[in-house]
Design a protein around this ligand. Structure first.
Ligand code: NAD
Length: 425
């Protein structure tokens, strides 16, 4: 059988039903799984079991990004996002990266950090030494909390004390537990282990324990993606590929040096990352918290990506960020759309999922700075945004595309004009 390709030229021109049918074929979805994409997703009764005070569900558009070639394997990427142009932009960037051989990714082991706050420590040095000398016992206690994770090859990896000498209320000791969570995001395993460890930590340090909670600055659990875009793939009508590559390097340098720009540069990255994290039922607040704190970890908020012109004159890019995503637990195995999204992705482990997400972040970033450094972001965006403007102005389903086309033609994409056009149509 021929290798599956995620190159679907003209995918955007298909009808919704045709797209679902194509993806269902591609991912071998069952009739039930395909039905999930067509309004059969999370039901109010399921929502009622998931959160308190449930009223119903909240829908977002789910799209498929094409053209992703990651470590030689093709992926279709399900993305849940309300913002127009995210899917088109990322698919377009992935196509350019594909021309350079696709993405190469790697990651650390899925090791999360848990923290125990210890106050009123009589002697900091002795307390830190006590944790080190009791390490084997403490790691064993942590492992006893989650035999399933241990069975799958995960479990406690390290425990140590980190004195914080200067806080607003004086010194305190923070104990860090490193725990390999395998295919789980791991919050529950970590928090359970921390609660079990706390009384013993109090005993051996002579202090008083308070907070016991995982850290979202998951810098021991990172995913990285790299890509090279051949310069000629970046050429526009007016600019050579070499010139565009240089401009992209300049755009990245701006974000590396300036937090005002880095905030928006990273926001563009998270347009892609959050959309996959949400589609797969993962905790996007955790991923956001991890990415943002990682971007500021050296004391100054900076860009999560690096782009530069390489020795061949092509464009090289990379991204590294914390990636606390799971494929078991949380909503991943409960939300019907998340289950279908994971099937479409075809990832086997949480680590593979994290690497795919890093690749999406890199491609989304390339799309944004490529546009910003050349024609600007509004030209492509406004064409797609016009449909949302037409809908907001009250256009019926039949009118939306026509009103949007008129707005674009007139180069006047705003609600007031859309309302006038609806009134006279
Ligand atoms: P979970 O507890 O529902 O499931 C994970 C468990 O599944 C593991 O502990 C393990 O016992 C079992 N398991 C089965 N197969 C496994 C495999 N192959 N690999 C690893 N474990 C396997 O889920 P979770 O990941 O602990 O919790 C995630 C949820 O916790 C998220 O929804 C998040 O919203 C929430 N949460 C987040 C924070 C935070 O980010 N600060 C804090 C608290 C809770």
């Amino acid at each position: 059988m021929a290798e599956k390709t995620s190159r679907f030229p003209g995918f955007y021109k298909l009808t919704l039903a045709e797209r679902v049918s194509k993806i269902a074929d591609w991912a071998d979805l069952s009739v039930e799984e395909a039905a999930v994409l067509n309004g059969g997703g999370l039901q109010p009764q399921q929502a009622d079991m998931m959160i308190e005070n449930a009223l119903g569900t909240f829908e977002l558009p789910l799209g498929a990004a094409c053209n992703f070639l990651i470590n030689g394997k093709d992926y279709i990427i399900p993305m849940a996002v309300e913002e127009p142009s995210v899917l088109a932009a990322v698919s377009n960037a992935a196509r350019k990266i594909r021309a350079g051989g696709g993405f190469q990714t790697e990651s650390t082991d899925p090791v999360m950090i848990g923290q125990i706050q210890v106050l009123d420590v009589p002697d900091m040095e002795t307390a830190v030494a006590a944790i080190t000398s009791h390490k084997a016992e403490l790691l064993q206690t942590a492992n006893e909390c989650d035999p399933v994770i241990v069975k799958f090859g995960g479990g406690a990896r390290d425990i140590y004390g980190r004195p914080l000498p200067h806080t607003p209320i004086g010194p305190m000791l923070i104990v860090h537990l490193h725990f390999d969570c395998r295919d789980a995001m791991g919050a529950n395993a970590i928090n359970t282990a921390l609660e079990r460890l706390a009384p013993r930590i109090a005993e051996i340090t002579g202090g008083r324990t308070s907070l016991r909670i995982l850290s979202n600055l998951a810098d021991q659990r990172t995913a990285a993606a790299r890509a090279v875009v051949p310069a000629d793939k970046l050429a526009t009508g007016d600019l050579s590929g070499t010139e565009v590559a240089r401009r992209i390097e300049e755009a990245n340098a701006f974000a590396v040096a300036d937090p005002y720009r880095a905030a928006t540069h990273n926001k563009g990255i998270m347009n892609g990352i959050d959309a996959v994290v949400i589609a797969t039922g993962n905790d996007w607040r955790g991923i956001e918290a991890g990415a943002r704190s990682y971007a500021g970890r050296n004391g100054r908020y900076t860009a999560l990506t690096d782009w530069h012109v390489n020795e061949n004159g092509d464009l090289s890019g990379e991204i590294t960020l914390p990636m606390a995503v799971g494929m078991v637990g949380g909503a991943t195995k409960v939300h019907p759309t998340a289950k279908t999204a994971l099937k479409i992705l075809g990832v086997k482990t949480a680590t593979e999922l994290g690497e795919v997400i890093a690749a999406v972040g890199l491609a989304q970033n390339l799309a944004a700075i490529n546009a910003l450094a050349t024609v600007g972001i509004q030209r492509g965006h406004m064409r797609l945004h016009a449909r949302q403007v037409a809908m907001a102005a009250g256009a019926s389903n039949n009118q939306v595309q026509r009103i949007a086309d008129l707005l674009v033609q007139e180069k006047n994409v705003n609600i007031a004009r859309a309302k006038e056009l609806i009134a006279i149509s």
